[in-house]
Write a protein that binds this ligand. Structure first.
Ligand code: NAI
Length: 433
């Protein structure tokens, strides 16, 4: 019997689908479209194909299984790795893409959309059953499961890579407790990821998904953005660009001031609740919108979350307050209060740009950058594993720059370099006026 108490390991996606071949064909089409817009992965693919830097490695992944991620998976496979993957959110998997991946001889995909909690963790366990030598996570669930349930594997693991802010927070907390037993790159924190994926990706994809899911306009709406970090900044900027009036809620006084100086209204959620039409949480924290706020909201408000876990909007409290609850549209659940107000929750409060029924995740060009960093970090773990003890590591600057240069080259954008004199000047303290 497995650690999750099941008699049989959770099977690959093909065993869950009626027609896996047809699904795989559709998934392949989606992957090919995305790859056409991913010049970094395309360039790395040529390098990985000829040099096979990952020969003999097994990569275990828990990520949003959709077309862009699938191209990262195949890049790692082309580089010589065997890859086992599952989802990092029960609602973000595209089954057809998962099937296309599973049809690749070097890949096994366990990701299935809509799994319950038991199956979600059983699928992670199936990935771990491949005995990964490298892990690639989005949210840290794979690292946690290995440390808690399969510590005997840790000696043979070279290291891992973490994709998102919440995962990096969890890893740093684990490291502070002395509990993290292998090296992990904080891919999220590197400029080529965070300045683009979190800001532009989350901004564009969340707003597009909300508009498509509701068929409503942004123009003239009061849009409340909770959290003015990288993601919140992106959401606020894009919403303002669509003629919404943006209100920011923050707990960090410097971030609140930054939002104020950038021209947004800033106020506590208790006040914003009274005026907002749309509420979007991007904090990575829990209980950002709760009962006291629901009580003040007007009829018809939209509530959505773009943070990693579905804990930012307290749906248990909302459920308790509601007299009735029904599906208003695909991906929109209306909670009707005693006084007739309807509060509409999108994508079950899960990260809206990936979990709504029509969600496609971030644009391909953005994920090209994030996944380019992932790929070079996996390569680094194999090539230089002796340099990394257990702990959380920043992505080495030269790797981040390598990915930026590939992208600029693909875009045909030239940029300057430092002269020797400039380099020396920048590195010296012995100069003044
Ligand atoms: P960040 O750390 O840059 O920003 C979070 C901000 O929220 C901080 O400024 C913090 O002060 C603020 N905050 C915390 N608690 C708050 C509260 N109760 N009320 C108001 N503000 C509060 O983090 P980042 O990179 O913006 O990520 C935010 C979340 O989004 C994370 O969970 C991350 O994993 C997730 N994420 C989601 C993506 C998506 O595709 N939807 C993409 C990238 C990240």
């Amino acid at each position: 019997m497995s650690e999750t108490g099941r008699d049989e390991p959770y099977p690959p996606v093909t065993e869950h689908l009626d027609d896996p071949e047809a699904a795989a064909e559709e998934g392949r089409r989606k992957m090919e479209w995305a790859l056409q817009h991913m010049p970094i992965l395309t360039e790395l693919r040529a390098e990985f194909e000829s040099e096979r830097p990952l020969d003999g490695q097994t990569v275990g992944m828990a990520m949003h299984v959709e077309a862009k991620t699938a191209n990262l998976v195949e890049l790692l496979a082309v580089g010589g790795a065997d890859v086992a993957i599952t989802g990092c959110n029960p609602l973000s998997t595209h089954d057809d893409v998962s099937a296309a991946l599973d049809a690749n001889d070097s890949v096994t995909s366990y990701a299935v959309r809509g799994v319950d909690d038991d199956d979600y963790y059983a699928a992670i366990e199936s990935v771990i059953g491949h005995e990964p030598t490298i892990t690639v996570d989005d949210g840290m669930d794979m690292v946690a499961a290995i440390h808690e349930e399969y510590p005997e594997l840790i000696d043979s693991i070279l290291g891992g890579c973490e994709e998102t802010t919440t995962g990096v927070h969890r890893l740093r907390a684990m490291d502070d407790d002395g509990a993290l037993e292998y090296p992990v790159f904080a891919v999220n924190d590197t400029p080529m990821k965070r300045l683009f994926d979190n800001v532009h990706g989350t901004g564009e994809a969340s707003l597009a998904t909300i508009a498509m899911t509701t068929n409503l306009s942004w123009a003239g709406k009061d849009v409340v953005v909770a959290g003015y970090g990288y993601c919140g900044k992106g959401v606020a900027g894009k919403a303002a660009g669509q003629n919404a009036n943006v209100i920011v809620c923050e707990v960090d006084p410097r971030k609140a001031l930054e939002a104020h100086m950038e021209g947004y209204d800033v106020m506590p959620m208790a006040e914003a609740a009274e005026v907002g039409d749309v509420f979007l949480t991007t904090t990575g924290n829990r209980d950002v919108i709760t009962e006291e706020h629901f009580e003040k909201m007007g009829d018809g408000v939209l509530l959505a979350n773009a943070g990693h876990f579905d804990v930012e909007i307290n749906l248990e409290q909302l459920d308790e307050m509601a007299a009735d609850r029904y599906e208003a549209r695909d991906g929109v659940e209306a909670y009707e209060m005693d006084d007739g107000r309807r509060l509409n929750v999108l994508a079950e409060g899960r990260l809206v740009n990936l979990a709504a029924p029509i969600a496609l995740g971030h644009p391909a060009e953005v994920m090209d950058q994030s996944f380019g960093v992932q790929a070079v970090c996996v390569r680094e773990l194999v090539e230089n594993d002796a340099e990394y003890d257990a702990g959380v590591y920043d992505v080495p600057d030269e790797l981040d720059r390598e990915v930026a240069e590939i992208k600029l080259d693909a875009e045909g954008v030239g940029f300057d370099g430092l002269s020797e004199e400039q380099r020396e000047y920048m590195g010296s303290w012995q100069h003044g006026t």
